[in-house]
Design a protein around this ligand. Sequence first.
Ligand SMILES: [Zn+2]
Length: 302
Amino acid sequence: MIRLDTCPACESAETRTVAGPSAEVWRRLLAFSERRYNGFLNVLAESMDLRVLTCDRCTHCWYAEIPDSEMLSGMYAAAVPFGNATQAAVESYGRATPSMVDRMARIRAIAARLAVPAEAGGGLALLDYGSGTGRWATAAVRAGFTATALEPHAHRVEQQDEDFEVVTDEGALLGRQFDVLHLEQVLEHVPEPQLLLRRLRPLCRATTLLVVRVPNLAKEAMRSNVWGDWPYDGVRPHIMAPFEHLHGFTPRSLQALIRAAGFRPLRATTVSPYFPRHVLHRFAGRLHPALGQTEVFGILGA
Ligand SMILES: [Zn+2]
């Protein structure tokens, strides 16, 4: 079990509780545990401080106590598919869509602009961290990258026609460097995201592009009374359902995390030719966090 008393994004100690256990919360949690984890989750949760904290400085939200990776593996192993997924949807889950390949092509164009030709050698190398079924690694190969998929549960990775390398632990990457580090919907599941980003720094050159996307809690909070139906409304999992998402990012907290880990966002003029909407969201986010995006194109440096 990992206890996080200070903000895991910006390290501030100015924290307070936004959600915590009550009779009603336990009733919802039991229903969620039955539906999603065959009753495994509430057994896990009973021994833990179930409060969700927020940071007054950067607006990040997180669980005060987080199960360790062994407990999380047990939880994921007990999971049953959610919702009314049709067989076709389940089968297409591992496939890269044309829009994913298009996104990867744009990422590749930025990486090519940043790369020093002598270092890039024959091609641009991308690490997809937390690959899951490998569909982003597939999209990367289709867009022209040499891709490496890092996925601890290698049996989940589906190699289709495209060829990419699969590694199961970070140790196997020691001494290597990549042109792009890609973390798509990963950091919200990681117990200590700042530690992870710091561990990835040796895999970067000065020109390596870091691409991170996470769900936007600020957007969710604008739509509804976000803590009113936590942790489960009886239909779909909450954005901070225990312990699927351990962290609730906002545009501000993601920026704070990236900087605290030793990265900085790329200039808007570098990103805008390839992702014009990202840049618009970046400016709109200064007006209201729900209009911003929890997406970063970063590079090493304070
Ligand atoms: Zn903070």
